[in-house]
Design a protein around this ligand. Structure first.
Ligand code: ZN
Ligand code: ZN
Length: 238
């Protein structure tokens, strides 16, 4: 008889309700992004000298936040906690034990969670008054942050494809988005490097200053909780 240990964990199949929420999240995020682009154009925000700097800073910010969210989900909390555990934390545990399973997820399932998280950011960008330069810069920064964040999990999935689509490979080789080699380092023991998955631009800098290990020491010192304790329990099951 086949041993249960021969099976690796897989991402949960998606029900009708979850699928509906996913589709609505993506459509809402895309509509809000389009509304922001129309407003940015109508208000001439890209004509300011600071616009390229704001967009670049927002892109770095989006990559940094992708690392923070990924690190938090990988390192803390339990996949058995109510509501959030099964839906939002278990996929991170499954991904480390069975990375190839990620390639089974279709584009809607892959991108919906990040789209949902970006809805309030795109709404805030749209509601920010742009009569002053500070307001215009803030609105542009929020919209650019969301625009770079939205495809984060798609970029992550591409970094797992042995042969990604040709234009994607071109972007990966030029370091414009997360490359296969750079993300592969995250999947090597002890699984504590290269958490940033939007563009990957922040990984080298954060590694050079030991940013995440320092954060872990601080959180453990305050909370008394050991990093990746839940992940060790999960991995021992397989
Ligand atoms: Zn991870
Ligand atoms: Zn991965």
């Amino acid at each position: 008889m086949e041993s249960p240990a021969a099976h690796l964990p897989e991402h949960d199949s998606i029900g009708v309700l979850t699928r509906g929420i996913e589709v609505c999240s993506i459509l809402a995020a895309l509509a809000l992004l389009a509304a922001n682009l129309v407003r940015i154009s109508a208000e001439g925000l890209l004509g300011h000298w600071w616009a390229p700097l704001v967009i670049l800073a927002a892109a770095f910010g989006a990559d940094f936040v992708s690392g923070l969210v990924h690190w938090t989900a990988d390192t803390w909390f339990s996949e058995t906690m109510p509501v959030l555990g099964r839906r939002f934390l278990r996929p991170f545990r499954v991904h480390h034990v069975n990375p190839e399973d990620f390639l089974r997820r279709d584009p809607i399932d892959c991108n919906a969670d990040v789209a949902m998280l970006n809805i309030p950011i795109l709404t805030a960008a749209l509601l920010t008054p742009v009569m002053t330069e500070a307001g215009g810069a803030l609105s542009l920064a929020l919209a650019a942050f969301a625009a770079v964040s939205l495809p984060t999990n798609q970029v992550h999935q591409w970094a797992h494809m042995p042969v990604p689509p040709a234009p994607v490979g071109w972007l990966q080789r030029r370091g414009l988005i997360l490359s296969i080699e750079e993300h592969a380092r995250h999947h090597q023991e002890p699984y504590v490097a290269n958490y940033c998955i939007a563009t990957g631009w922040c990984n080298r800098w954060l590694s050079s200053v030991n940013f995440f290990p320092a954060c872990e020491r601080l959180v453990s010192w305050i909370s008394g909780v050991e990093p990746r304790a839940d992940e060790k329990v999960f991995q021992d099951q397989w």
